[in-house]
Design a protein around this ligand. Sequence first.
Ligand code: ATP
Ligand code: LTN
Length: 325
Amino acid sequence: MKVFSGIRPSGQLHIGNYLGAMRQWIKLQEIHDCIFCIVDLHAITTPYDPGELQKNITDAAIIYLAAGLDPEKSIFFVQSNIEEHSELAWLLGTIIPVGDLLRMTQYKEKSQELRKSPKAGLLNYPILMAADILLYQAELVPVGKDQQQHVELAREIARKFNRKFGKTFEMPEVFLPKMGAKIMSLQNPRKKMAKSEGKESYIALLDSSKTIKEKIMKAVTDPGKEIKYDLQRKPGISNLLTIYSLFSEKSLKEIEKEFKGKGYEDFKKSLAQLLIEKLEPFKTKQKELSKKEEYLEKILDGGAKKAKVLAQSTMKEVSQKMGLI
Ligand code: ATP
Ligand code: LTN
């Protein structure tokens, strides 16, 4: 099966990104044809520093390689290197009603956060995402829960296009992890763990051992003292238990048993230790890769060359069907 996913190069990646998306990518590349993209054109739809963008792209590439993305198995490249993404997005914009874009949760949330008048780029964000997916005829799209609505919109766009111009696109399907599709903020377990929620709310993959420990010990928990998974009454502990389970590969029941009779502090100390151990290899590999600029460039250039061939083939078909050539 064809798999496509993207990551925005917008600063530090956190364990939510890892558990919700990166981990699935690494697994899927073993069994499917995977295309992974650093989506810089999406990153510029919210305020950003142009002087930092290239560094953020390099940092994102390094983290993905450090996490196990294998450029021999997957195609890995930067979105703006393939102009067909923007070109297809323009064409798809002609078949999707504005109303469908206005009801997207991410648009509503982000435009509210920004307060200033939201830009058309933010509204059109899901069209570009649909173009990313459809350009490569992807059938499976591994993302976290927050992106599910956008993948569904991509399906809707594909359906509309196929109906109007004849079968052109594969219907993409969202691929969510069974557990970890929505890791919550350490400071507010009712909200998604996100970069925009502030440093205390997430564990970055490159956080130092000291920072990891401090953040976990300060994580908001719930009344009571039992280590028990209960999303309604104990959202804080339930989120920490999910993180513990995914990193330790133990079931929730096993962990509850292990910590029976112990308090939040003991549990948090163990979780901090577990994260320190599991995130150590990222830091080591990240340091190694940061010194290999040429190697990195070669991987992304090689990826772009392979992606270009696929993108051109779809664009040719789309242009013909739309009567543009
Ligand atoms: P932010 O953290 O600022 O909200 P984002 O959601 O835009 O950033 P990206 O880096 O674009 O983050 O996301 C990359 C992938 O990580 C997406 O597939 C997204 O669904 C997933 N993801 C992001 N946050 C979480 C989370 N808290 N839990 C699970 N998956 C997540
Ligand atoms: N919007 C996604 C990133 C993204 C993406 C894609 C994911 C852009 N294009 C195509 C899957 C498929 C996000 O994570 N914020």
